[in-house]
Design a binder for this molecule. Structure first.
Ligand SMILES: Cc1cc2nc3c(=O)[nH]c(=O)nc-3n(C[C@H](O)[C@H](O)[C@H](O)COP(=O)(O)OP(=O)(O)OC[C@H]3O[C@@H](n4cnc5c(N)ncnc54)[C@H](O)[C@@H]3O)c2cc1C
Length: 339
């Protein structure tokens, strides 16, 4: 049997922010069919089930009274340019596997921490490419109706760092597989400003572009293995044209995307004079203003207080509402999505 269940599971090293957290039960599974024993346990003790990948986009509470469940399915099937990957595979491993098979489309998404199964949750994106550019759909296990089904790209309702799964408050779906359609031809996407002026050698192959992206990421982002963090803590907000003009006059760059105006949340935090602000053990990184880091002993309360302070300062100074990117575990009483 490929279901394993543990009790009193320490999740402190399983979230990149490094918040101290324990769960009553933790389980790993290989295929959705293995889950029936888990449902017996959940039903017997009236416990909720919370999916967890690599913990790089979550805000974990100290105690999670339920079953934290992770996929061990790291399988990859390739049929032509169609790739089906198990939820438990690390995302960046998938990028490397596809490049090794001369399949292209994921180069700009190199180096994003986390699992394949969590990638559709917030439609991961970086350097001008989003998962929704290449995804066909996802296989899910419906935790309520206890059946496997398939969500095609439309049903996933992808948007900027969001999807149906992120907005569905019931936490009904466990993503078990992700299906992508990649390209056999290397056709680099270089619209993003950081990539627009790369030398020819950096765009000569998929591997070269991947390396260039990894170098940029290493230069810009603080390392969560040195000081815990969850990557970008806020989404880049969309604003009206008049607010965009107003922000430009205050020196905050706003740019036009699909007839809308987007602002850099990092630029807002910098312009508000907040870089370096610390509350308890939570601090705004001096390397990247969008990153809230754990200086050592941060609690979830410290991080939430810091986030609330940033949001209120940015709202007061610029009239812009920032939205938090990482999630509390869905369905958890301590779901902390919106401090
Ligand atoms: C340093 C750093 C850099 C980052 N850079 C980027 C970036 O460039 N672009 C970007 O988009 N993101 C970025 N992120 C955020 C993060 O890497 C992604 O959101 C990633 O997809 C999270 O994967 P995970 O396995 O760690 O998910 P987790 O943090 O474990 O979970 C995230 C959410 O998904 C749910 N979930 C997890 N697995 C499943 C599943 N199988 N089925 C259903 N729900 C599930 C969880 O319940 C939770 O709500 C970054 C994070 C860090 C720490």
């Amino acid at each position: 049997m490929s279901l394993t269940v543990y009790t009193n599971v320490d999740l402190t090293s399983r979230n990149t922010l490094g918040l101290r957290s324990f769960a009553r039960f933790g389980g790993t599974f290989e295929t959705a069919r293995d889950l029936s024993a888990l449902f017996e346990l959940a039903q017997r003790d009236c416990l909720n089930i919370f999916p967890l990948g690599s913990g790089s986009n979550v805000l974990l509470d100290t105690w999670i009274d339920g079953i934290v469940l992770s996929s061990r399915d790291r399988g990859v099937e390739i049929d032509g340019a169609r790739v089906t990957a198990g939820a438990g595979l690390e995302w960046d491993e998938l990028v490397q596997i596809t490049l090794a098979r001369n399949l292209f489309g994921l180069e700009n998404l190199s180096g994003i921490p986390g699992t394949v199964g969590a990638a559709p949750m917030q439609n991961i994106g970086a350097y001008g490419v989003e998962l929704s550019d290449v995804i066909v759909g996802v296989e899910v296990f419906d935790l309520v109706n206890k059946q496997i089904s398939f969500f095609d790209q439309d049903a996933c309702r992808f948007g900027y760092r969001t999807s149906y799964f992120k907005t569905d408050q019931s936490g009904q779906y466990l993503i078990t597989k992700v299906v992508l359609e990649l390209s056999r031809r290397f056709s680099p996407v270089l619209e993003y400003p950081d990539l627009a002026h790369l030398p020819e050698s950096d765009i000569a192959s998929g591997y070269a572009l991947r390396d260039a992206v990894l170098n940029i990421r290493n230069r810009k982002l603080p390392d969560y293995r040195v000081r815990g963090n969850a990557g970008s803590f806020f989404k880049n907000p969309f604003v009206t044209e008049s607010l965009a003009q107003d922000l430009l006059s205050k020196g905050v760059r706003a740019y036009s995307v699909d007839n809308r105006f987007k602002v850099s949340a990092a630029a807002l935090i910098e312009a508000a004079g907040l870089v370096g602000t610390q509350i308890g053990g939570g601090r705004i990184s001096s390397k990247h203003a969008l990153v809230l880091e754990n200086t050592g002993q941060a609690t979830l309360a410290d991080i939430l207080k810091l986030a609330a302070y940033i949001r209120s300062e940015v709202r007061e100074q610029f009239g812009v509402q920032l939205e938090v990117e990482p999630q509390g575990l869905k369905g958890s009483p301590q779901n902390t999505t919106d401090p």
